[in-house]
Design a protein around this ligand. Sequence first.
Ligand SMILES: Cc1cc2nc3c(=O)[nH]c(=O)nc-3n(C[C@H](O)[C@H](O)[C@H](O)COP(=O)(O)O)c2cc1C
Length: 447
Amino acid sequence: MSRRTLKLGAVLLGVGGPGQHGTWLDPGIPADASVDIRWYIARARQAEAAKFDLVFIVDSQFITENSPNHYLSRLEPLTLLSAVAVHTSNIGLVGTITTSYNEPFNVARRLSSLDHISSGRAGWNVVTSGDAGTAGNYSRDEHYDYATRYGRALEHIRVAQGLWDSYESDAFPRDKESGVFFDATKQHRLDHKGEYFSVVGPLNLERSPQGQPVIFQAGDSEEGRDLGATVGEVIFTHAATLAQARAFRTEMRERAAAKGRDPETVLTLPGIHVVIAGTDDAARAKEDALLGTKSFDRALKELGRPFGWHDFTQHDLDAPFPDIGDAGQRSFRTQANAIKKLARDNDFTLRQVVEHLTGSARSPFVGSPETVADTIQYWFDEGGFDGINITVNAPAEFALFTDRVLPILRERGVVRSEYESTTLRGNLGLPVPENRHTAARLSVPAS
Ligand SMILES: Cc1cc2nc3c(=O)[nH]c(=O)nc-3n(C[C@H](O)[C@H](O)[C@H](O)COP(=O)(O)O)c2cc1C
């Protein structure tokens, strides 16, 4: 099999996600970008012109007055992507949907609709919701514990996949001459009764162009990695060093293989932060300036998020990192535990933790277009990732990547020159899942 090209994702974060406090002030960004569909359409078209594989929309459903700017007021992912779908033709459309506060029938229907509307470009970033406060918006007293979150997630995905097989691909002849609209033998109930869901089916929507939308996964805990290895086709992650990136990708491939899957069908895409200027020095200076736009007070407040929005402003900044018990164990537990360990291992005060977290945001992908292209290619060649996710804020900055870095990588054959396909699966090189009922019928020998 010839080697795949580097896969490219664009994370559309309008007026700034976590830690991006000054992003919205950029003159190139409309101050209402997070709710302006024209901004999303324009960015998706910009990414599509550069032959990106996908645009990715992050999501959460619980905010406080301290949430990142983009999170304070934003469009619902699948509604947004349906609008983007009709203004684009090749780029994949990946939306975040939580399995903790949705029913599988509803999710399967909405994603299959997006796959139809986009002619085969839908992807589902499966999350279990890190923000424990979401429970309060869904008539629950508290968020699920980890075992329940991930147990529900796996069953949820399996049910959705079962519903996507409700109709075989030739179930609708729609032949006006013979008067045959559909073939009832090609329609199948699911009759699922599990630990968390009971779903009879069938789904009231025929098989979509990709057969099943692509499953993306982004949980980092043991439970999250297990889910990714079981059903994830693309794994979103973060990577600070090449060694860390390679270890994660190797682990996910091995875990998938141990479950009987072909590791080539599990792609790892970390989010990376690129800062590009004419020279390496100029790019470093630009990164310094960007880091300087972070507000310490805002970062202190945002630190509460992984801990279930614990209020850190009540603690002495120069005392040892406070003992806040098990706050966050139902939220972003993995992240919360990593921050506690960082404080413990280094004897950090609260102030030092905040400073370390804002300062450690320095990226390995900073430099001239040649330097950034070389670094990306090196990490790719060394097995650090199958693709990258680039956060898109100011269009002019994104253009530096698409117009200055990508041509170098294209010239070297690292990224594609033309789309291979009009579907997300086709461009990612992922197989179309066979319809289970068709497969079962075909495997029965004719008598
Ligand atoms: C790259 C990346 C992107 C993520 N995007 C989202 C998101 O959009 N919405 C969300 O609720 N959680 C998101 N998460 C969080 C995870 O899905 C998960 O809920 C969280 O990390 C806590 O679970 P864990 O301890 O298994 O990591 C993301 C995580 C990563 C690594």
